[in-house]
Design a protein around this ligand. Structure first.
Ligand code: 0RA
Length: 405
């Protein structure tokens, strides 16, 4: 039992060290117990994918904080024991009393299913991972989790085991920073795979950097030193010899497309890039054409790769085809062609990323990675049509190259 006064905890509730749980906390335990009973229902599976998904779930919260404009840096550590630490410099998860739940907001976030950010009435949250289950699921599936919050000039810590608080929030010191540091160790009795793969996590961070321009992300692997480095500091650029990568994108999807097409010959010089909002739906798209015949189009909803596509992708295709076709008709390019063109013709050599943010996404399909929200189709269609027709007017060489191909 912590010996802190209530006011020191900024109103955080001090739970007794007895078993007199309120009705609310009983429900909480049931909630997290359900996650441990059927983990796959919450995180997809308990293999390598699910293991890595835990990290994405934690990072997503920091990304949300960054999207809200309060966080610039997110750092991931793979610790020696395959536990993971995610550090952000956001506002820090609130530690004050959450009236409805009768416990600190931190404990609510950590122990109540689906509570991630939701206690914020005008919630900014649009992301939330593929399964959108929140950090409480990570907590439930971790043998140990430690949350360290820098906020109000204090450092608050609460620890948990298999989702249950080991004790109250404690103040362990002073700080002049704000932010959240979550360290968790996946429960080895649940996961079939115990080891994290650096490359898998690094790729996701790279993707997140492109999808969320302006955020600095990093990953460091404390499990072994790099080939030409050692622990004494004559190693990599950060001086300690551990494998480390930094990801940052100034221009977002434009750089993503450029990254994907590095080894391909360009058909047009420009990467067409739009970043707008249509009917309240943020739409960002980057596209370009290379000289190959294959299509390389990826779509995202709330930072989730929608492998099966959906309404945003349909809207994109529709807008692209209609705009190019009508330009070709108007400009006389179409008349010069010997055969009719179809939508497929505009897909050859196309590299594109479509990213939308949807408040209440409906995911469908085999792997729940197909966007179903019908309203998104029109938003993306409009966004592409407007930007692309402007671009075509200003760059008439582009459609000529495209139709000559
Ligand atoms: C809701 C409200 C506030 C912060 C957060 C959520 C938050 C959650 C996470 C999870 C990981 N990092 C995070 N950073 C922030 C703050 C509300 C306020 O300060 O007024």
């Amino acid at each position: 039992m912590s010996d802190l006064k209530n006011d020191e905890l900024n109103g955080a509730v001090q739970k007794g060290n007895n078993n007199d749980y309120s009705a609310d906390s009983i429900q909480v335990l049931e909630g997290l117990e359900a996650v441990r009973k059927r983990p796959a229902m919450y995180i997809g599976d308990i293999s390598e994918k699910g293991l890595h998904h835990l990290v994405y779930e934690v990072i997503d919260n920091s990304i949300d904080e960054a999207m809200a404009g309060f966080c610039n840096n997110i750092d991931v550590l793979i610790n020696e024991d395959n536990s993971i630490t995610v550090t952000d410099d956001g506002r820090g998860i609130p530690v004050d009393l959450h009236e409805k739940e009768g416990k600190s907001a931190l404990e609510v976030v950590m122990t109540v299913l689906h509570a991630g950010g939701k206690f914020d009435k005008d919630s900014y949250k649009v992301s939330g991972g593929l399964h959108g289950v929140g950090v409480s699921c990570v907590n439930a599936l971790s043998s140990d989790l430690r949350a360290e919050i820098h906020r109000n000039g204090k450092i608050y810590v609460q620890e948990y085991q298999i989702g249950k608080p080991k004790g109250d929030i404690e103040i362990i010191g002073d700080t002049d920073k704000t932010g959240t540091i979550i360290t968790f160790k996946p429960d080895s009795s649940i996961f079939e795979v115990k080891e994290y793969r650096y490359e898998v996590l690094a790729s996701r961070l790279r993707e997140l950097a492109f999808l969320n321009k302006g955020i600095h992300l990093s990953i460091e692997d404390r499990r072994e030193v790099e080939e030409n480095g050692n622990e004494n500091g004559n190693g990599n650029e950060n001086g300690n010899g551990f494998r480390k990568d930094f990801f940052y994108s100034e221009e977002g999807l434009k750089e993503f497309v450029s990254f994907l097409d590095t080894s391909r010959e360009k058909l047009i010089d420009d990467i067409i890039h739009l970043d707008t909002e249509k009917n309240g739906i943020p739409v960002e798209i980057a596209l370009c054409y290379n000289t190959s015949f294959s299509e390389n189009v990826h779509s995202y909803v709330n930072n989730i790769n929608t492998i099966e596509g959906g309404t945003h992708l349909s809207g994109f295709r529709r807008g692209l085809t209609r705009t190019l076709k009508s330009y070709a008709e108007k400009s006389g390019l179409l008349a010069k062609l010997k055969f009719d063109i179809s939508g497929d013709d505009f897909r050859e050599g196309l590299t594109a990323i479509i990213s939308v943010k949807v408040q209440e996404p409906q995911f469908e399909g085999q792997t729940k990675t197909k966007l179903g929200n019908s309203e998104v189709m029109g938003s993306v269609d409009q966004a592409v049509s407007q930007s692309l027709s402007n671009y075509l007017e200003e760059n008439p060489k582009m459609p000529e190259l495209l139709f000559r191909k």
